[in-house]
Design a protein around this ligand. Structure first.
Ligand code: UFG
Length: 327
């Protein structure tokens, strides 16, 4: 299939491009390079353009003859979504609707959407399954839920076929060592801790140790980026017109902030000083996936199941590319 990967020069999108090519698909990238990196994708497959410019979307779909779209081009900083919601609603909601409209005008019906466990807000029960109530606690989660709802309506009314993949915490890097995580600013736990090991930060601050968890720090489900992307390919190949699938993507295993830091200490051999800090607003105590629906529907499950494996993979990228793509 010819697939347009929107946001394909970013962290997860660039790994999806590799996964698509490995599965025999033809992947093209549309990216505005706001968070994406030119070096993360083959130069002859990159089209520069923006979701907020419908002419860019039309040109990319026409040039590539895309039969399907994977959409990774979202803003995803929870704190920024609180202070600057307009930026999030414009890019994540208006931009995505622009994309769906450009597809609809051309009769392109296959759509793979990056959703998030942030749509669940504070869950009633962990592990979280797809029937959990969706009550986001920040504008970022609201924008993702808005698109899930739009997709429900678009699939029914316009016979599109889509999947909303609700990611837990994406981490790790490609086994080739060629692509990995490079955000500016970096806000995610594992790269921040590895920056301490690289001598780029003096310490990591643990955001709260008074949560109702065994060691008092927040628990998350760290899913390897290659596992995430293999699920995208499996979902793409199973899309049906008129249907929206909603699937959690996680490992089913939770690790605390302290456990992640300990894994990083063990793998890097660095002492990694940690300081205790205040809770970060909007952090639920525990987010762990029940990913059994993805196993049932896609015949997919995560191959990387421990935080040690995920940290080892992330470390491989960070130690060889201490300045990310800036090397
Ligand atoms: N943390 C620290 N110190 C840091 C950075 C993070 O203690 O310097 C903690 C956080 O408080 C959290 C855990 O490490 O408990 C993981 O934090 P991340 O920022 O790496 O990831 P989040 O769980 O906050 O975010 C992820 C996705 C978001 C999504 C969110 C849903 O990256 O896009 O899950 O809750 F919105």
């Amino acid at each position: 299939m010819k697939v347009l990967v929107v946001g394909g020069a970013g962290y997860i999108g660039s790994h999806a491009v590799r996964a698509l090519e490995d599965a025999g698909h033809e992947a093209w990238v549309l990216d505005n390079l706001y968070q994406g990196h030119r070096a993360a994708v083959p130069a002859d497959r990159l089209i520069e353009g923006d979701l907020l410019n419908p002419a860019d979307l039309a040109a990319a779909l026409d040039k590539t003859g895309a039969e399907a779209v994977m959409h990774f081009a979202a803003l995803a900083l929870v704190g920024e979504s609180v202070t600057n919601p307009a930026k999030y609603y414009l890019n994540n909601v208006v931009g995505t609707i622009n994309l769906l409209e450009a597809m609809r005008e051309r009769g392109i019906w296959r759509f793979v959407f990056s959703s998030t466990c942030a749509t669940y807000g504070v869950p009633d029960k962990v592990p979280i399954d797809e029937s959990e109530k969706q009550l986001p606690i920040n504008p970022y989660g609201d924008t993702k839920l808005a698109i899930e709802k739009a997709l429900d309506a678009y699939c029914t009314a316009y016979n599109m076929g889509a999947v909303a993949l609700r990611y837990f915490n994406a981490a790790g890097s490609h086994h080739s060592g060629e692509i990995g995580e490079d955000h500016d600013p970096e806000s995610h736990l594992i790269p921040i801790v590895l920056q301490v090991a690289l001598g780029q930060r003096e310490h990591v601050t643990i955001f709260g140790d008074d949560y109702p968890t065994p060691d008092g720090t927040c628990i998350r489900d760290y899913i390897h980026v290659e596992d995430l992307c293999s699920a995208h390919v499996a979902a793409l190949e199973r899309l049906k017109q008129g249907e929206l699938m909603k699937l959690n993507l996680g490992t089913g295993n939770g690790f605390s902030v302290k456990q992640v830091i300990d894994a990083c200490r063990k793998i890097t051999g660095h002492e990694i000083p940690a300081m205790m800090g205040e809770r970060r607003p909007g952090d639920p105590a525990e987010l762990v996936a029940n990913a059994s629906k993805a196993l049932e529907v896609l015949d997919w499950k995560a191959k990387y199941t421990t935080v040690d494996e995920v940290v080892e993979s992330a470390w491989k990228w960070h130690k060889d590319h201490p300045n990310g793509y800036g090397d």
